[in-house]
Design a protein around this ligand. Structure first.
Ligand code: HEM
Length: 231
């Protein structure tokens, strides 16, 4: 077995299986660990700038990746005009820089703010490092191996569909440059880290908001002032 088979055919399934099984195990046996503990009370300002930039940037970029995988015709049609191709590529790169800037602020904050450092686990640093590798290799791919949105649909869309339909084939990935392979390989490492880290909040955070009962928020000042209120 060669490295390409190991990294791009076998690893994806190991990563996916771990992400699903460990997430289910955690939600049943350790339900309170299924979140990302907030450090907002420990430091607010850097968190605001870092978190907003990182989360919006990475979410839009990943949605772009999903469109290329699930509705590739839309990208092919859009890119039929060179001007639109340039616009898409520039937007991707700008979003990548925005997300990377946000992530660097978050890393700086975790390392330099004592109160945040104290509550950080080794896994927090592993996740931040993996995310940085994803963003930097993505930006290198977009700038050095240009018009990625053009060749994504020819190379990666069939490759990902091969994985999803249990007919994996790494033949098209094998000849790619190292940085692009690292970009994809690192995604599988992130998937492995997913269930063992705070990344799990990616699914539990929106689900929690969708599934929780309605909360009615009311002003309670007058009630608090009443003599029979113990509060
Ligand atoms: C955590 C997961 C990932 C992150 C954070 C990420 C991030 C990025 C970023 C920041 C860029 C540059 C901006 C852009 O062009 O959109 C990029 C480009 C790219 N990514 Fe990813 N990526 C991820 C997963 C993947 C995977 C799994 C694949 C392939 C199967 C992939 C293939 C590509 C390609 C081909 C480009 C170049 C697109 C272009 O030049 O327009 N990425 N990625």
């Amino acid at each position: 077995m060669d490295w390409n088979t190991l990294f791009f055919v076998i690893l994806p399934y190991i990563a996916l299986a771990l992400a699903i099984v460990v997430t289910i195990y955690r939600s049943i046996y350790r339900p309170f660990s299924i979140s990302a503990l907030s450090s907002q009370l420990l430091e607010r300002r850097q968190l605001f700038w870092g978190s907003i930039s990182f989360h919006w940037g990475i979410t839009i970029i990943l949605l772009g990746h999903l469109v290329a995988i699930f509705i590739p015709q839309s990208i092919v049609l859009w890119n039929a005009q060179p001007l639109r191709l340039y616009l898409l590529e520039l937007t991707g790169i700008a979003l990548g820089i925005w997300a990377t800037t946000g992530l660097l602020i978050l890393i700086w904050r975790r390392v330099t703010v004592g109160r945040v450092r104290v509550v950080s686990t080794p896994m927090d640093y592993v996740v931040l490092a993996l995310l940085l590798v994803s963003l930097v290799t993505g930006l290198i791919t977009a700038t050095v191996y240009r018009w990625g949105s053009y060749w994504f649909t020819g190379i990666f869309t069939p490759y990902i569909w091969g994985i999803l339909t249990f007919r994996p084939d790494a033949a098209a990935i094998a000849p790619l440059p190292f940085t692009i392979k690292l970009h994809v390989f690192n995604f599988y490492l992130l998937a492995v880290a997913f269930a063992f880290s705070r990344l799990v909040h990616i699914i539990t955070w929106p689900l929690g908001y969708l599934l929780r009962p309605w909360q009615v928020v009311i002003a309670n000042r007058r009630a608090a002032a009443r003599p029979d209120n113990p509060a």
